[in-house]
Design a binder for this molecule. Structure first.
Ligand code: SF4
Ligand code: SF4
Ligand code: SF4
Length: 261
């Protein structure tokens, strides 16, 4: 029997589902080996399950989403988080650090809402077991295809245990931190092949914290302070994609003493 794939979206910009459609010819190859039976973004008729693999995009912001996510989990042999929103909360998790009513007023003014605005933003593994993570904003195509191939063979990909700096050094880039440019590479999970620093842009952190981020943060903060990078800039950068994740939460909340995280 051909494997059944679902692509399910929760609260986000839906850019990862567009990235999936952007796979182009590769997408046709996938369709040759598996059936995409649930993809509401692109298909009119969708099966309710069961699924061999469910790719889940977006963060969780409402009780209805929690229930829908749990249902997808129950129906799926393998559940894979797609994009930084699903993996780490994403950009919208910045609101977890701001007063709820102020955010609501700034976004919606005094409008009456059919559904009340979310108070908190969560990555999907706050509610269900996740078998594998493909972060990025949007997700990385190579990482996705490698994961899919292994999953179709019944294998699980190994987690990435190195940071962006490791890939940056392999590409023989000069270090932006040496030029006092605030690059998050030391504490961000590798896998994007140092996409931004290789183009002379600092890493903004869209793959979320590296496995060893907690151990590196103290030394990283010392370098940033030595370069006169302000406390506010550090706080905002740690908030940007994954501020609610445990390694970043303290700094994203504005606590930058080593003991505080
Ligand atoms: S990870 Fe980025 S591109 Fe994907 S849904 Fe979230 S915000 Fe959009
Ligand atoms: S440029 Fe950024 S990613 Fe590259 S080595 Fe320096 S800190 Fe690490
Ligand atoms: S270098 Fe950083 S910001 Fe750029 S794609 Fe990689 S993880 Fe994302």
């Amino acid at each position: 029997m051909r494997p059944k794939i679902a692509i399910v979206g929760f609260s986000c910009c839906e850019g990862c589902q567009i990235q999936f459609l952007n796979l182009g010819e590769t997408l046709l190859n996938i369709l040759g080996a598996a059936d995409i039976v649930n993809f509401r973004f692109a298909k009119g008729e969708n099966q309710a399950g069961p699924f061999d693999i469910a790719f889940v995009e977006g963060s969780i912001v409402a009780p209805e989403e929690v229930e829908a996510l749990k249902e997808v989990r129950e129906k799926s042999k393998l559940l894979i988080a797609l994009g930084v929103c699903a993996c780490c909360g994403g950009v919208q998790s910045i609101k977890n650090f701001l007063p709820h009513l102020e955010v609501r007023r700034r976004v919606y003014g005094n409008a009456k809402l059919e559904h009340e605005a979310a108070e908190e933003v969560h990555p999907i593994d706050d509610y269900v077991k996740v078998d594998h993570y493909i972060p990025g904003c949007p997700f990385d195509r190579k990482g996705f295809l490698d994961t899919l191939k292994l999953a179709l063979m019944g294998k699980k990909p190994s987690p990435i245990d190195y940071n962006v700096c490791a890939e940056c050094k392999l590409r023989e880039n000069g270090c932006l931190l040496d030029k006092k440019i605030f690059c998050m590479g030391p504490v961000i999970r590798g896998g994007c092949n140092a996409l931004c620093p290789t183009r002379n842009y600092p890493c903004e952190g869209c793959w979320g914290p590296s496995a060893d981020a907690e151990g590196r943060i103290g030394a990283f903060l010392e370098i940033l302070r030595a370069h006169s990078i302000s406390k506010e800039e550090i706080t905002l950068k740690f908030r940007k994609y994954a501020g609610s994740m445990k390694p970043f939460r303290g700094i994203a909340s504005g606590h930058q003493d080593r003991e505080a995280h």
